[in-house]
Design a protein around this ligand. Structure first.
Ligand SMILES: NC(=O)CC[C@H](N)C(=O)O
Length: 327
């Protein structure tokens, strides 16, 4: 019989540095430790929480593919549908944590907090942050204050929303930020708080994940972009291309012309920005209306790719696709 005073938290492990094991020299391998091993570093948790662990994967998140996302989303939704948890924590590699968080946020239907966390330093390294981040994530998942705020990411004592959070530094403990909105809240040991009230919760943008996602590639623009790269990309016959453009989602005249041709042939073209913050605005230097382009708004290129993959399963129409990005 579960103790009803203890919040019931499901912890789902997927790997990452938080599950890293020492390898030769200073190095380590992401996704080697089991969830149970990680949790042994936090004795006494059961006096406070009712934990239920599930190892969904154990990989470096750079290797995550769409099928992993789908399996994870099913596992989380199945857990939510059982109605026997107060919160869910997902341990994850930090490299693509923001992509998984955003994808889950687009499809999960729940008021129960779903919180992703990870580590920038493996457990054996001095100053490792995994245990502290896990404790923070558990505290957030267990708190009624976190309910109805969608999928969250907790790193380095800050709570972020899935849509805005980004890994913004290649190394260092304070690698995560929400550059457009700032963090939603804070964590100190088991104490947590939010800076503002929760916005009224909307239903998820998509009811489910398609079995096979649309094929969407990302083109990274820079000075001296070789047009052959874009030619090679269009030859792959993608359903969509996300431009990680310079500035306001821009690229060379040559590339814009080729992207326009692709759009005319039915490829969804989304202009995002490589700058890391701000909002890509329509019809500034680029005539989006005329070219049939879509702008990513404030989504970064990797999140724009996820949204486009899912939105294309609903509609190929550029106007409707644009609505998804500005929703
Ligand atoms: N800090 C990390 O978690 C990075 C480890 C690995 N590349 C991953 O994303 O899983």
């Amino acid at each position: 019989m579960p103790d009803l005073r203890r919040p019931r938290i499901a912890v789902l492990g997927t790997g990452g540095t938080i599950a890293g094991v020492a390898a030769q020299g200073l190095g380590y391998r992401a996704g080697g430790m089991s969830l149970q091993d990680i949790l042994t570093a936090l004795p006494g948790l059961e006096e406070w929480l009712h934990l239920d662990c599930q190892q969904v994967a154990n990989v470096g998140s750079q290797n995550i593919v769409y099928e992993d996302w789908r399996r994870l989303a099913f596992a989380v939704q199945a857990r939510l549908d059982l109605g026997d948890v107060d919160g869910i924590v997902i341990t994850h590699g930090t490299d693509t944590l923001e992509e998984t968080a955003y994808l889950l946020d687009l499809v999960l239907s729940t008021r129960v907090p779903v919180v992703l966390t990870g580590a920038m330093r493996p457990a054996h390294a001095p100053g490792s942050d995994g245990v502290a981040n896990l404790l923070s994530a558990l505290a957030v998942a267990a708190s009624p204050l976190a309910a109805g705020r969608g999928v969250l990411a907790v790193m380095n004592q800050k709570i972020h929303c899935a849509r805005d959070v980004q890994k913004m530094a290649a190394s260092g403990l304070d690698a995560f930020a929400s550059p457009n909105s700032g963090p939603l809240g804070w964590v100190h040991d088991r104490d947590i708080g939010f800076y503002g009230a929760a916005a009224p919760q909307k239903p998820p943008l998509f009811g489910s994940l398609p079995a096979a996602p649309a094929k969407v590639h990302v083109l990274y623009s820079h000075g001296g972009l070789d047009i052959d790269l874009l030619r090679a990309m269009t030859a792959l016959k993608p359903d969509g291309i996300v431009l990680a453009g310079v500035g306001n989602g821009n690229t060379t005249d040559e590339a814009l012309a080729l992207l326009g041709q692709a759009a005319a042939q039915g490829v969804a073209i989304v202009r995002a920005s490589r700058t890391g913050s701000g909002r890509v605005v329509r019809n500034m230097e680029v005539d989006d209306d005329n070219a049939g382009f879509i702008v990513a708004g404030s989504l970064n290129p990797q999140k724009a790719r996820i949204l486009l993959m899912l939105a294309l399963a609903q509609s190929p129409d550029a106007t409707q696709l644009q609505d998804y990005f500005l929703a």
